[in-house]
Design a protein around this ligand. Structure first.
Ligand SMILES: [Zn+2]
Ligand SMILES: [Zn+2]
Length: 255
């Protein structure tokens, strides 16, 4: 199981792209602007899209992906999300006003898009790959994901504030090699982080204390221009672990 980071920034500008990861060549975790870095042949191979939540920076490439590849594919793309997130996407995006409902075209019997509901904690198996939605807490219904291959597992928090149920998954994943967690703001914007239900260094550091020392920590969703400052504030807390590092585009995880 090979995971490639396509985008991991909290914004755009200067080559930054928003959240998306490509699993092998057929599966996306989130569909932010990082997807737009792929070539058409790569886009055509995507069969599954798992989304963490409905915010634009995590789904903005999805409507364009469907429009670009559907007539080139033999079967539908499957969109996996919780019932709450699917309801938001169907009501506010694939509603014929912002974008067509690709689950109805070209006809409802053979659509370009299939919606699949996820339940938190229930793994989906695709070949030898295990993908599990895990709890998160954000301003809209949200999940993270645990990806598990034959060698190791990886946890991705998605967008979240401090949420103990998320860290229980980290504590109970003995094969956890890498943890990707968001931290969107510096501490001087702690109030904004609180309101928008994101992490900032002073809320994240206490949650990192219990992690196994062997787990590598990668920080994503850093606000443009604040990347180094946020990382420095996290590592200055001395949370008793090797330093956290910034997740970067085209980073590869072999699971
Ligand atoms: Zn969000
Ligand atoms: Zn986001």
């Amino acid at each position: 199981m090979r995971v490639r980071v396509l985008g991991c920034s909290g914004g755009i500008g200067g080559g930054r792209h928003t959240t998306s990861m490509l699993v092998d060549d057929d599966c996306l975790i989130d569909a932010g602007s990082g997807v737009m870095r792929l070539g058409l042949e790569e886009l055509v191979r995507i069969d599954h899209v798992f989304v963490t939540h409905s915010h634009l920076d995590h789904i903005l490439a999805l409507p364009l992906l469907l429009d670009s590849v559907s007539s080139l594919r033999d079967g539908p793309i499957t969109l996996h999300a919780t019932p709450e997130t699917l309801a938001i996407l169907r009501g506010h995006l694939f509603n014929w006003l912002i974008w067509p409902d690709f689950s109805r075209i070209p006809n409802p019997d053979h659509p370009f898009l299939i919606y699949r509901t996820l339940s938190v904690g229930e793994p989906i198996y695709l070949g030898g790959r295990e993908i599990t939605a895990i709890p998160a807490s954000h301003t809209v219904p949200a999940v993270g994901y645990r990806l598990r291959g034959p060698r190791a597992s990886l946890i991705f928090s998605g967008d979240t504030e401090s949420h103990p149920a998320l860290w229980e998954y980290a504590a109970n994943s003995a094969d956890l090699g890498d943890l990707i967690v968001e931290a969107s703001f510096t501490n001087d914007l702690a109030e904004l982080a609180h309101l928008s239900k994101h992490y900032c260094p002073q809320t994240l550091a206490p949650d990192l204390v219990g992690l196994a020392a062997a787990t590598r920590i990668w920080v994503s969703h850093l606000k443009p221009g604040q990347e180094e400052a946020i990382l420095a504030e996290i590592n200055a807390t001395g949370f008793g672990h090797p330093p956290a590092r910034a997740l970067y585009e085209d980073q590869i995880f072999e699971l």
